[in-house]
Design a protein around this ligand. Sequence first.
Ligand SMILES: C[S@@+](CC[C@H](N)C(=O)[O-])C[C@H]1O[C@@H](n2cnc3c(N)ncnc32)[C@H](O)[C@@H]1O
Length: 241
Amino acid sequence: MIVVPFDSKACVAPVFRELVEQLSIPSTSEVDFPYDWVLTEDNDVVVLKELSRPDLKPLYVDLIPTRRRYKSLPITKRGSLARALGRSTKTVIDATAGWGQDAMLAWMMGYHVTAIERSPAIGALLLDGWRRFKRYEQANRYPTVIVGDAKSYLVKHCADCIYLDPMFVFRKKRSSLAKRRLRVLRELVGDDEDREMLFESAWGAADKRVVTKRPTHAKPWFRPDQTFSGKMMCYDVYLKN
Ligand SMILES: C[S@@+](CC[C@H](N)C(=O)[O-])C[C@H]1O[C@@H](n2cnc3c(N)ncnc32)[C@H](O)[C@@H]1O
């Protein structure tokens, strides 16, 4: 269970108050203890605190590019993600936005991106990450972030490419922050067991292609038309015609 501090609706910065109201996250006064997570604000940053692990730093979404985070800057369209998204693609719906890293990469490659996340808490972190990014970098257009289930969104919206990266069991070695982010996502959102239904919605909404991401050790969901492999992840492409 994720809660916000009971005074957050009255006392903290307007942006956090708006997020809490918009996403209907309960406060500590509305829910009995124990709860495992607190979404709160720290120095103008929306953060997620893990109550069972007070030794760990709060998590937040940081989209500001650094060479450490995005190994080759500026981002070009030569890597496996770009090849999977496609040269003729202009619009991308990232239907499983999570921590927003793939949506950010797609945006940096010049695609028009809509990012959808169904967990209200992760959605709040993501909305806040983009709010801070907008102060850091001026651009004509930023990704649109939607908090809700992508299956419903895709009934009424389409894009050249729909991108799916649901939760998978990850076996290979990763950095401790990446491992922690995955563990937290798994604890908060589970295993995305409706992924085949999500694929169906994506197929209906894609004008040109659906791209699914998976760890290299996992099997493709179906029989893809193309696969672009990176070191740890593969992108399977399903073409519409
Ligand atoms: C592995 S994470 C995605 C990580 C993301 N690609 C990134 O770069 O940070 C999967 C996310 O998809 C979200 N998700 C799964 N199914 C969804 C759906 N039907 N609608 C919206 N979000 C969904 C989960 O809540 C989870 O946060």
